[in-house]
Write a protein that binds this ligand. Sequence first.
Ligand SMILES: [Zn+2]
Length: 200
Amino acid sequence: MPCQVCGSLPAVHAVIRGHQGMFLVMRSRKREGFFCRSCGTSLHRRMTTDTLWQGWWGVMSLFITPVTVTMNLGPRARFLKLTAPYGGWRPPLDPGKRVLARPPVLLVLAPIVLMVIVLATGITTAAFNSGPAAASVRVGDCVRNHSNWPDQDIRRVDCGSHLAEYRTARLADCDGDELLMRLEYAADAEAMCLKPLGSV
Ligand SMILES: [Zn+2]
């Protein structure tokens, strides 16, 4: 079967889908038929691009849009496997720019990507600043010095964490060559020293 758009060969049967969300109503579209590499790719790119900026505007649409875009990857791969079209009654459609290089997609995806980056940065920062800082360290806690000795920026961390550097001990249990923790970090103002975790 030749391409139904331009009449070229070879062509492959495919279903390309699109989705529009409009708050309460939504509309799914599909193009089914035989398409050559150029026409198929062109249709896939146009419908996917439209879906990526028209698709999100509804509650159900939030779920349907990613499914639609994913389902379009199947036909896309089949079009790309075809050889260049020949013998049509008109020139094949221009495949145009890649989906991700099209302005409407960038407009919609840029804020989403930005939001993900901001969220990820927030989560990472929160994880690294784990544990309340000042005046909360008790004997037996694990800590990390976030500064360079002799400066101290002591934070409590989970003993199982790879961030744990020292375990605190009562002054009476210190050997003498261990590091003294500044009193401001200690709960109940109890003097403590820091034993490197490797040597405990
Ligand atoms: Zn064609």
